[in-house]
Design a protein around this ligand. Sequence first.
Ligand code: ATP
Ligand code: MG
Length: 212
Amino acid sequence: MLITFEGIDGAGKSTQIKKLVTTLSDQGRDVLTLREPGGTEVAEKIRMILLESRHAISPIGELLLFSASRAELVQEVVMPALADGKTVILDRFFDSTTAYQGYGRGLDLEMLRSIIEISTCGIVPDITFYLDIPPEEALKRKFSAKSIPLEFDSDELDRMERSGAEFYHNVRQGYLEIMRLNSKRFVSINALEHPALIHRQITALLKQRFES
Ligand SMILES: Nc1ncnc2c1ncn2[C@@H]1O[C@H](COP(=O)(O)OP(=O)(O)OP(=O)(O)O)[C@@H](O)[C@H]1O
Ligand SMILES: [Mg+2]
């Protein structure tokens, strides 16, 4: 089974994935967690360029780097793990490309669809949890976690995060549209709730969908 988590930076994806791994492992499932971009040696190097660098990267260049990282992850790790019967949890997958490079950077959505199809070998998650949060709240969380003053061009932010407030509003609108178009696969979660409550909602939903 393939479970993915989506949402803007600071929505709480990593927090929820950590909790879910514990719960599913306790139930005796063989769980593998991976993050995008990353997850293989080559993909982690691409991650460094995309997130931890100060390079200016064109929207198309950015798209292809994310897609290259994804292709490595899917072929080297995700497909073999799914074939082994593992439960794979991905911290971001191709919906992030549609939201960030499509709705955020303004790239053509049809073109994105073709590149996504190629880079994922056509794999689609069984379920996607979308953690919805206003960008201002998400940013506040990240800054308060690091105890630093809130500035949009702070060195503490990664390359994507420095894209600014308007970009993040567009990305969020993008996610809401993607969700509307994929309502069977998506589950929307109010990310402002308490982490423990969100976790209970997620486990209840998984139980309801996949154990009945
Ligand atoms: N439901 C919540 N309520 C309040 N704070 C939260 C909640 N969930 C997570 N946080 C806090 O918000 C911050 C960001 O959470 P987290 O790292 O899980 O987000 P993320 O979606 O993985 O972000 P990124 O995309 O940057 O990796 C952390 O400091 C975390 O402790
Ligand atoms: Mg995270």
